[in-house]
Design a protein. Structure first.
Ligand code: HEM
Length: 90
């Protein structure tokens, strides 16, 4: 994603930058944006990493569960692509 796409998108950063440009509220400023992105980064890093580590640890101790997970993945997603959020309803 280049700078142009980032600014025109409907993601958190693009929408926050638009609010800064509007100059309607002093709460939308670059210091706040930097702090919030830092918060999301820190909050998401260790939690996600620890959850994945615990998950891999658990399924390595329960091979039958791992086999069932693989069978479900093969059935719903197949082996030619990565899963996406839309696969969750299946
Ligand atoms: C498996 C991964 C994650 C786990 C287990 C986890 C767990 C938690 C828990 C237990 C809370 C406290 C909820 C409460 O008591 O109100 C929390 C809050 C929060 N998490 Fe996560 N989290 C995960 C991933 C992420 C990611 C990826 C992000 C950011 C991209 C994130 C951002 C936040 C933020 C910003 C809060 C504070 C929300 C608030 O202001 O109330 N978390 N998380």
């Amino acid at each position: 994603m280049d700078d142009e796409e980032l600014r025109n998108g409907d993601n958190f950063t693009a929408l926050f930058l638009k609010e800064i440009e509007k100059k309607e509220s002093p709460n939308f400023n670059m210091d706040q944006l930097t702090a919030m992105i830092f918060d999301l980064f820190v909050a998401g890093m260790e939690t996600t990493s620890s959850t994945l580590t615990a998950g891999v640890n658990l399924i390595s101790k329960h091979p039958e569960v791992q086999r069932r997970m693989q069978a479900e993945l093969d059935e719903v997603v197949g082996r030619e692509r990565f899963p996406t959020c839309t696969d969750m309803e299946r």
